[in-house]
Design a protein around this ligand. Sequence first.
Ligand code: MOS
Length: 745
Amino acid sequence: MEKISQKNREPLHRVDSKLKVTGVARYSAEYHLPGLVYAVLVTSTIAKGTIKSVDSKAAGRAPGVLAVISHVNAIRPPGYPADNEHPTEPATGGQPLRPFYNNKVYSNGQPVAVVVADTFERATYAASLVKVTYAQAEHRTDFHANMDKAVLPSQAKKNPKSPLADYDRGAVDAYKNAAITVEAEYEHSSEMHNPMELQAITVHWETDDRLTLYDKVQGTQPTQQNFAREWALPPENVKVIAPFVGGAFGNGLHNWPHETAAIIAAKMVKRPVKLMLTREQMFFMVGYRPRTWQKIGIGASSDGRLVGISHASIGQTSSYEEFTESTLQQSRMMYNAPNVSTRYRILQLDVSTPIWMRGPGEATGAFALESAMDELAYKLKMDPLAFRILNYTESDPEKKLPWSTKFLKECFELGSKAIGWEKRKLEPGMLQEGHWQIGYGMGVGTFGANRGGAKVRAKLFGNGSLVLQSAVTDIGPGTGTAMTQVAIDHTGISAERITFQLGNSEFPQAGNQGGSSTVNSVGSAVIAACEALKKELLTLATGSVPEFKDATMDQVVFENNEITLKGKNVRMSLADLMKKSRTADLDVIEEAKPGEERRAYSMYSYSVHFAEVHVHAVTGMVKVKKVVTCADAGTILNEKTAGNQMIGGVTGGIGMALQEDAVMDHRFGRYMTKDFADYHVPVHADVPDIQVLFANKPDYIVDPMGTKGIGEIAIIGVAPAIVNAIFNATGKRIRQLPVTPDKLI
Ligand code: MOS
C-alpha cells in the first residue's frame, strides 16, 4: 500500500467548526421530534437495600404527567438475561444495572423511578413528588475499611494469560535486594466524568419493533448491538444516531441505566422521549475513574540500573459489575527491569460502576510508577531524566518482541530542551522567587497503539465531490477533519469537495471511539476505500479517454481533483471523467483490518510531560507555570487537532494532580461533591502555557498512515510530572491525589 509521508502544508481547519459555533450541530438532546415528551429520573437516597413502596399518586396527578414508572409497573425489556442477580458473563464482567427491574438498590443515586410529562419543567416538578420508602441494609462504601476484601477479577481467575492476572518476570520482589530501594503507597480519589455535554438520549420507537436512539455514545454500533440484545430485536431494527458528541472521555463506552429507562418510558407512553441527566446525576450513574490504591516497591543498583519493580493495585468497582482497567501495564513494559511483579485486584463496594476515563488504567498506574521512579532517582542522587534514559528499553521486556517504533528518547530530548530542564536542581527547594518555590518534574506515559477492523464507504458524485461514511463517532478529537485529510492525501480531491459523514449505526462498520484507536482503524479503511475508488476511476479513464488507454495505476497520479498521466501533459478533472464515461456516481465500501504484524511487534504510543510548578511557601497554593508535552504518536495527520488533544490531556492531568476529588459521606454512601462548586476541574486560570511537541515519525507497522494514537498518552504521565515538580520545589512528596494546599502546609 502506498505510504504517505507528512506533507508540508497547513493543517486543515476543523471541518465541523462552523456547524458547532453556529449551533447548527445537533446533540442528542436537541432532536425535537413531533410529540416529544420529557423524562426525569427519581434516584435512590440510600446506598443499599430494597424499595418498600413507591407512592406515585401526587406525581401522577401533577399537570402534564403521562406516566410514573418504577419497578412496580415498568415493562421488562424482553432481552434481559435470565433472572439472576449477579451474572458474570457480559461486557465488563457483569450485568449493567437494569433500572426498575426489581426493588433492589445497589448504590446511592441509582434510578428508582422515571416521570414522563409534556414539558421538562413539569416532569421535574412531578419527579419531586414521588415518595419512595426503603428498607435500608448496611452498605459498604468505604474503600479503606474494606481493602482486605479486594479480589482477583473473575476474568483473570478464568484466564491466567489475561493481562489482569498476576504477572512475574524474574524473581518476585527482587527489588528488596537492590542497593537503593523505595517502597511507597499511592492513591487517588474517584474522578467523575463531567464532559461539557450532559448524558442525554432521545428515544423514538418508530414502530413496535423499530427503535431509533439519538444518544450520547462513543460507538453507534456497539450501542446498537447492546440495545438490540436488550430489546430482543434484530440489530438492523435499532438505529443509533450520534453525529456530535460534546466530550465523553470514556463515559460513552458503556450504556447506562438512564438509557434503558428512557427506552422503557418511550415504549410505555408511546411517544418519543427525551431524557437528559442533571449535572448532579452525572456524579452517580455514568461512570468515573475508580478510586485506586497502589503500592510500589522499586530498587536499583547504586549506579542506577533497575533491579526490580513490584506494583500492586486495588481499584474500586460496583457490587454488580467487575470494572477493570490496565493499571499495571506501564510497569511491565516501560523500563528495562529484569524482575517485575504486578498484582491487580478489584474491590466491590455499594457504589455505581466505574468506567474508563481518558488514559484508563495507565494514567492511574503511571502516577504511582512515575512518582516512584522520581523518588528512586532522588535517592540515587541522579537526574530523573538520566535515570529513565539509563533504564530505557529498545524492545518489549514483557512480550519479548521488538517495538514497532519507539521515539521516546527523541521526545525526551525535544521536551527537556523546551522546558529548560538544565535549570532544574537535584536538591529540592533550591529555586525561589519571593514566596514561590520553583520546581521541575517529568512523567512518562504510554498506551497501546490499538487498531481494529473498520469499513468505509466512498461515494464519488458526477460533479467530482466525495462523500465518505463510517459509523464511528467523534467525541471531540476532530475525527471528520483527520479522515478528510487522509482522503485528500489518497484521492487528490480538495477539502471543500469532501464530506466525511459519521455517527450513524447505518453507516459502515466501526467500533467505539476509544482506546486511541480511531485514526488507526478508520483511517486505514478510508485509505482502502480511496484506493478502490481510484482503481474504478482508472478503469473509467482507460475505457473512455483515448490518451489514458492502457495506463496503469503507477503511470497516473490523482491530484488537484484531476487524474494526470505522469510526465505527460495529459490530465482530466474527475468531474469531466465521470461525464465523459457517462458515470452518475461511483460507490465503494472497503474494509481494513490489522494483520499478522500484531503478533510480531509490540505497538505503543509514548509521551513525556515536563512541568514547571510554583508552590507558595505559606499557603501551599500550586501554580502550574508551564507544561511541555511531547508525544511519539507516529505520523501527525493534523498538528492543530492533534495539538488540541495534547492540550486537553494535560488539562485533565492538572485536574487529576491538583483538583479532582469525589468526596463521599460514608454515613449515607453518597457523594457530597456533586456540582462544579465542590468538585473542581481546571478552568483557564489553572491551565498554563502548554507547549506541544511531536516526534512525528511514522510507524507503518501499525497502519498505512504511520499513526499510533494520541488521546490517552496526552494525559498519562501528566499527574506524576506535576507531583514530581512539587517535590522538586518543596521537598514534600505527596502520594495522595489531588495535591490540595492543605497537604503542602
Ligand atoms: Mo477513552 S477512556 O478510550 O474514551
